[in-house]
Design a protein around this ligand. Structure first.
Ligand code: 3BY
Ligand code: FES
Ligand code: FE
Length: 405
């Protein structure tokens, strides 16, 4: 585990408004600390409830060193467990998704009900008590069709985010969606390099020509002309019953913003990729709900699809970026949409971001790296994230049990 005196020194060395000292992106002990303090204690976005449509549907996801099994039980309730058998720890489910009537460990066939209780273990002695060997549960919450888990025994309060996003996501129909496509990308950069890259569009003009056909790079909220334009859209949307206020907390933010003129979706031609809308359509004016939840996701709810991007560390300088495209459950592939048209813009954008992240990581690794200042307007989101991260590390160091370390 990280040396606390050194960590305090590193945090103290950080200049306000600047990128983090290099060790935060490269050091093995800080990576281990991140898995514990951030990924072991915060609520982590994992996916959408529509990915588990039936009783027995499951998905698996790795958070740090633990694989987690998320499933829908016989009462249709979503549950999460460590994906580890209570016999000798065998990883129960290898597949990333599927459907099972019960959880059967492939090693010695211990069998669990979908509520995690152990129902069968052969050749065990008479005094063996199955009730002592249920799967180890993991905290799970859902909000408006999205799923979060927390590995901590005493998770942080989910309510403020849950309430805010219940309202913001209400029109977007995520509970009636289906997963149209999922993509995985490994980016060879520290997870914070990946998140920071996702929190700014400072690089968009030069780096994302396909995205910028429809995406408005809005950051200058002191610009009266821009604000009047946005307000025009907000008035129309508000009149149609959509929330337009910005929802913000220390670890999240949701904003409803327009696209470039006349665009209706984030596609190559600005036209909807899906013939059947997902959720309610704002009349006459389109835009997206852009929302972020630290440490693991940013998303866009558009009239015709929602794109969920999940970023999870799999190594010190290795991050798994998973992109999920949700569409109306009734939409038929090949009739109402094609995967290529639906996914093109975000697939090329993700590839471009992978290249940017990897070069950023390469430069940060250099002995000549000196953290520079963020743009106060264009990189406000990056600063918010790194400040949040430093606050979490600082709070950990200030705990009575660690303060002297
Ligand atoms: O991931 C799988 O395919 C395995 C099979 C048995 C339990 N688990 C669902
Ligand atoms: Fe699962 Fe033995 S480890 S049954
Ligand atoms: Fe980008």
């Amino acid at each position: 585990m990280a040396n606390h005196a050194r960590l305090r020194e590193l945090l103290a060395k950080r200049q306000p408004g600047h990128a983090l000292p290099g060790d935060f992106y490269t050091a093995a002990d800080i990576y281990a600390l991140d898995l514990d303090v951030i990924f072991g204690r915060e609520w982590i976005f994992v996916g959408a409830t529509c990915e588990l449509p039936k009783r027995g549907s499951f998905i698996t996801v790795s958070i740090g060193r633990s694989s987690i099994l998320i499933l829908r039980d016989r009462d249709s309730r979503l549950r999460a467990f460590y994906n580890s058998c209570r016999h000798r720890g065998f990883k129960l489910c290898e597949a990333e998704r599927g459907q099972i009537p019960s959880v059967v460990c492939p090693y010695h066939r211990w069998t669990y009900r979908l509520d995690g209780s152990l129902v069968h273990a052969k050749l065990m002695p008479d005094n063996f008590r199955p009730e002592d060997y249920a799967l180890v549960p993991v905290n799970l919450r859902t909000v408006a069709g999205t799923i979060y888990i927390c590995l901590a025994d005493d998770p942080p309060d989910f309510t403020p985010y849950g309430e805010a996003m219940t309202e913001q996501l209400a029109p977007h129909g995520l509970e009636n969606a289906k997963l149209a496509h999922e993509d995985h990308l490994i980016e060879y950069g520290n997870w914070k390099t990946v998140v920071e890259n996702s929190r700014e569009c400072y690089h968009c003009a030069g780096g994302h020509s396909e995205l910028m056909v429809t995406f408005l790079d809005l950051y200058d909220f002191a610009n009266p002309e821009q604000n009047a334009m946005i307000q025009g859209y907000w008035d129309k949307w508000e009149a149609a019953g959509f929330t337009t206020h910005i929802t913000e907390g220390p670890h999240y933010r949701a904003t409803r913003l327009p696209f470039t003129k006349d665009a209706q979706s984030i596609t190559m031609d600005g036209k909807p990729a899906v013939a059947k809308p997902l959720g309610l359509s704002p009349p006459g004016a389109y835009g997206s709900l852009r929302w972020v939840h630290y440490p693991s996701t940013f998303n866009h709810c558009i009239n015709d699809y929602t794109v969920l991007v999940r970023m999870l560390p799999i190594g010190r300088e290795e991050t798994l970026v998973t992109t999920k495209w949700l569409v109306n459950a009734e939409a038929i592939e090949g009739v109402d949409y094609t995967i290529d048209n639906l996914t093109h813009v975000w697939r090329v954008t993700n590839d471009q971001d992978k290249a940017l992240v990897e070069r950023n990581q390469a430069g940060v690794r250099s002995a000549g790296y000196r953290p520079g200042p963020y743009s106060p307007s264009a990189e406000a989101g990056v600063l918010k994230f790194t400040d949040w991260y430093c606050d979490k590390i600082q709070a950990y160091l200030s705990q009575p049990t660690h303060a002297g370390g």
